[in-house]
Design a protein around this ligand. Structure first.
Ligand SMILES: [Zn+2]
Length: 323
């Protein structure tokens, strides 16, 4: 959805709220004659203010204040009549989804926060990140589970602290000049969490990000190949500014997927578009499964982040069962 469609949706919800409130008012006037009388008086107030203005400037402020006071006391009376009949005083006030802008979409001349939020959420869902990954950001990435000695000369904590900082810098300074990234390491070491965190931040900077599993990407190309889906459905993998391929190596591998992967990588590299790939495979397994050419592209042209530690999901699980 573009911003106009989101604004229109807000205005539709405003109209809907006003219409529903009008219906409640009409119901109240039918049910409680006293309310009908008060509403009649209230309707005359604006007419009387206009009339007061036409009657000349003499003591205009005083006359208008008097009418407004009368208006206020009518509103108070209306509220107490409603309460006597078991209704809340705001029973027939419109209920807007956003109290800041009353669903107009604007606060003053600026877009209301609710519009910005809806716009970002919409971009988020069309990015493939979806609900499962929504909460994964840099703020809730915990380093407390990385306590091992490490396997590459530094402790897991030191290594992961470095990777988190590297990822933050990457997301903050993302541009068409950025490198592509290969996240390597076993299951449950936070690769998905950190790539989702990068995606979220890069998205919020206005870039077109697409997140998907390797399996689902290759399935899409397979469907396009057999005419089950249009060529358009694969375009997002090629055209987005940042493509995140999750869990490479978990897909079922064929000569066709290797060819698709190779040409997708080439196309993106040639067109200076960034890709983040996460995989449980070791470099040797990558070489064995995808061949020398893909292997050397990844090793030579991607920034390598080597995740270390113990499976965080298992550690969290054992923490829960201890209690
Ligand atoms: Zn609002």
């Amino acid at each position: 959805m573009n911003i106009n469609e989101i604004l229109q949706q807000k205005l539709d919800s405003r109209m809907h709220a006003i219409k529903a409130a009008d219906e409640r008012s009409a119901q109240l006037r039918l049910e409680i004659p006293e309310i009908a009388a008060i509403d009649n008086d209230l309707h005359t107030v604006s007419i009387r203010i206009m009339k007061a203005a036409l009657d000349g400037r003499d003591e205009l402020d005083e006359r208008i204040t008097a009418i407004k006071n009368e208006n206020d006391s009518l509103l108070l009376k209306r509220a107490s009549v409603l309460e006597q009949h078991g209704y809340s005083a705001d029973y027939d006030s419109p209920v807007f989804t956003c109290v800041s802008c009353s669903d107009t979409g604007y606060v003053g001349l600026n877009f209301c926060e609710c519009i910005k939020k809806a716009y970002n959420n919409d971009r988020y869902t069309t990015s493939g990140l979806g609900r499962a990954l929504y909460g994964k950001d840099f703020n809730n990435f915990s380093l407390k589970y990385y306590s091992g000695k490490g396997s590459i000369g530094i402790s897991d904590l030191e290594n992961m602290t470095m990777i988190v900082n590297q990822s933050k810098r990457y997301a903050q300074s993302f541009s068409p000049e950025s490198e592509s990234v290969l996240m390597i390491g076993g299951t449950g070491l936070g690769k998905t969490h950190l790539s989702a965190a990068i995606a979220k931040e890069v998205l919020s900077k206005g870039f077109f990000v697409y997140y998907d599993s390797a399996q689902s990407i290759f399935d899409t190309y397979e469907s396009v190949r057999f005419g089950k889906e249009s060529r358009e459905s694969a375009k997002k993998y090629e055209n987005c500014d940042l493509l995140i391929i999750d869990d490479l190596g978990a897909e079922c591998l064929t000569q066709y997927t290797i060819a698709v992967f190779s040409s997708l990588l080439n196309w993106r590299i040639t067109n200076r578009k960034q890709t983040i790939i996460s995989t449980n495979f070791t470099p040797q397994q990558i070489k064995k499964s995808y061949g020398e050419r893909i292997y050397s592209r990844l090793m030579g042209e991607f920034l390598i982040m080597k995740f270390t530690g113990q499976d965080v999901r298992l550690l969290k699980l054992s923490e829960k069962t201890k209690v």
